[in-house]
Every structure is written in structure tokens, then in C-alpha cells.
Design a protein around this ligand. Structure first.
Ligand code: GLN
Length: 331
């Protein structure tokens, strides 16, 4: 039985929260055996399938971490939120939204079907591969490294250090990812791409291979929770209008074809990646009882064993449990 069903009307202390989270992580770690690693990118098949970790950082600095907290892993699809933000900052919201829609697909993240069958006048949303590859093509610069420079600067502002690309992971995906190349050719044929196809795909594979930790994800989540402002200095990192849209896209499309269920049962904007990471954003909320993180928090989760939709199987269960017990939902 999972511990922690106690009424939360007692004083919220960090030790007390830590104890609960330790118990929950231990419990949900056992359920990782129902999931599978993302073997389609060979290097991701080498992860520890039983790993599960969570980091929660609150606006007031409260930090709760548990489980596998030190692992570095590649950001994969979570980068889609950040490149979307960068493209909007560089080109303006209207320019980007003229070229990528904001509708959920209900299909797998790497589906090519809607491009082929529905022949939309633009890719459905920036959180699935077709939309994200289109967004990568919009980033400023004539090479993949130039295109990603603003992303690195943005990430440094959010997480406090410049992240690095895991070259082995980049090459592993670049050399095997035929489906993304197929999507790229569809996009090229549909005249969606703003830069050369090979540079666009190189950018997309590199952004996916940026190495992060769950603390980094929690810090990114906290900035988004704080409407794009640094939680300590209150300096603007991302314009509020762009932050708002990014969170709306995370809520409606961030967990792929499980986004509806995640919104219903967890109720916060989130974005997953096939390496097993989940970035979750808990905005400030008004409640008439004392609950943890009422001023908002960012959450990072890592659990590389995935469910059928490509989301961390233990991570989703753990997040759902935390959200239910601490009433984190927006709704
Ligand atoms: N780089 C991965 C891919 O395109 C990202 C997918 C994901 O994290 N869901 O397949």
C-alpha cells in the first residue's frame, strides 16, 4: 500500500514532505518493470530500466528530491517546449503560429499519418515531431550550432549552467532515425521548412541530445510556473505571452496521445521525452487549506521505462500520486 493518504491539514515541513516522497518513489519504482526502454534510439536502450527519480523545487526554494536524482539523461522531446519558446522569441508569436498549429493530434508523437492523410496547411502542433522539426527550421542561424545557440543561452538562464550535447546520443539518433527523416521529407515537400532539410534535422537531433538532470527540469518548470520570470530575481527570462502559450501546449499536447488522460488525472502542464524525463509545471493555486507548494513549483522526473505512448511509466504514476495528494491540479 502506498503511504501518504493522511489528511494534509498539519503544518507542512520539508522533512515531512521528504518522507512522503521517499515512500512514494520506493513504491512506484517497483512498477517500472511494466515499461520498456526506448530501444529505437539504440543508446536509450542502455539506461537502467528500474531507475526512478523526482525533483521538486518550490518558489520559496523548498526542494524535495528522491530516488535516482543524479542521473544525466538526454532531454529528447522536452526540448520541443524550449525550441518553440526560442522560435517565438526570435520570430514573434504570429510568425510561428502562422506556420505551426496548436491542435492536439491524438496520434503517436512520431506519426506521419496526419501529414499524409489530412494534408493540413500546417503541422498540428510544436509538441509532436512534425511540428517540432518545423520549429527547428525556423530558429535563427545557418548551421545547427548557430540555430541552437539561443536555446543554450535561454537554458543557461533557467538552470544556471550551460548544458552540453551528448554526442553519442546525437549520433545514435542521427544514424538510425529514418522515421524523422521521412517526416522531414514530407515537410519539405509540403513547403513547411524554413531552412535546409539536413541542417533542420541535424538541429532537431542535437536539441534532442542535450543532457540534463531532474534538477534542471525542475528549475525550468519553476520559471514557467513563475510566468517566465526568474523565481529569485524576478527578471524576465521569457515574455509572459509566450510562456502562457507554451504551458497551454504542454497541457493539451505535451504527453502525446495520453495528454487528455494526463490533464484529467494529474492536471498540470507537462512534457515528456523518450529518455524517460518529464517536465511538469505547477502554477500557483488558491486553496483554503494549507498545502505544499501553493506558490507554485517545478517538477522534474526521470524513469526511462516507458508506457505504450512513450511516457515514463513510473514517472506518470508517481506524478499522479503526488498531484492527487497535494492537490496540485489546476482544476
Ligand atoms: N528525439 C526523439 C524522436 O524524435 C524524441 C521523441 C520523444 O522524446 N518522444 O524520436
Amino acid at each position: 500500500m502506498v503511504q501518504g493518504s493522511a489528511n494534509l491539514n498539519t503544518e507542512v515541513t520539508e522533512e515531512w514532505l521528504q518522507e512522503y516522497v521517499d515512500g512514494w518513489v520506493k513504491f512506484f519504482k517497483k512498477q517500472t518493470s511494466d515499461g520498456e526502454l526506448a530501444n529505437y534510439i539504440p543508446i536509450l536502450g542502455e539506461a537502467d530500466p528500474e531507475a526512478l527519480g523526482i525533483s521538486i523545487i518550490g518558489k520559496n526554494g523548498t526542494t524535495i528530491k528522491s530516488g535516482n536524482t543524479e542521473e544525466k539523461f538526454t532531454i529528447q522531446s522536452i526540448s520541443k517546449v524550449l525550441t518553440f519558446i526560442v522560435a517565438c522569441m526570435e520570430r514573434g508569436l504570429t510568425y510561428v503560429l502562422d506556420r505551426v498549429d496548436v491542435e492536439p493530434t491524438g496520434e503517436a508523437f512520431n506519426s506521419i499519418m496526419h501529414l499524409e492523410m489530412k494534408q493540413p496547411n500546417k503541422p498540428f502542433n510544436p509538441m509532436v515531431n512534425s511540428g517540432a522539426i518545423t520549429v527547428s527550421s525556423m530558429l535563427d542561424g545557418n548551421s545547427s550550432d548557430q540555430k541552437l545557440e539561443t536555446l543554450f543561452i535561454l537554458m543557461e538562464k533557467m538552470i544556471g549552467h550551460r548544458p552540453e550535447i551528448n554526442v553519442e546520443a546525437y549520433e545514435s539518433e542521427r544514424d538510425t532515425s529514418m522515421k524523422n527523416r521521412a517526416i522531414g521529407y514530407y515537410l519539405l515537400e509540403g513547403d513547411y521548412l524554413e531552412s535546409d532539410l539536413s541542417i533542420t534535422l541535424e538541429t532537431y537531433f542535437k536539441q534532442s541530445a542535450i543532457e540534463i538532470t531532474i534538477d534542471d527540469l525542475a528549475r525550468i518548470g519553476l520559471v514557467l510556473s513563475n510566468d517566465g520570470f526568474d523565481p529569485v530575481t524576478e527578471e524576465e527570462i521569457i515574455p509572459r505571452s509566450i510562456t502562457r502559450l507554451a504551458k497551454a501546449l504542454m497541457l493539451t499536447c505535451g504527453m502525446y496521445d495520453a495528454s487528455g488522460k494526463f490533464a484529467a488525472y494529474v492536471g498540470v502542464p507537462a512534457k515528456s521525452g523518450v529518455s524517460g524525463g518529464i517536465l511538469a509545471v505547477v502554477p500557483p493555486r488558491v486553496r483554503d487549506e494549507e498545502l505544499p507548494f501553493l506558490e507554485g513549483c517545478g517538477i522534474g522526473v526521470y524513469g526511462p521505462a516507458l508506457d505504450k505512448q512513450g511516457n515514463s511509466i513510473g514517472g506518470i504514476k508517481l506524478l499522479r500520486h503526488v498531484a492527487n495528494h497535494w492537490d496540485l491540479s489546476l482544476f
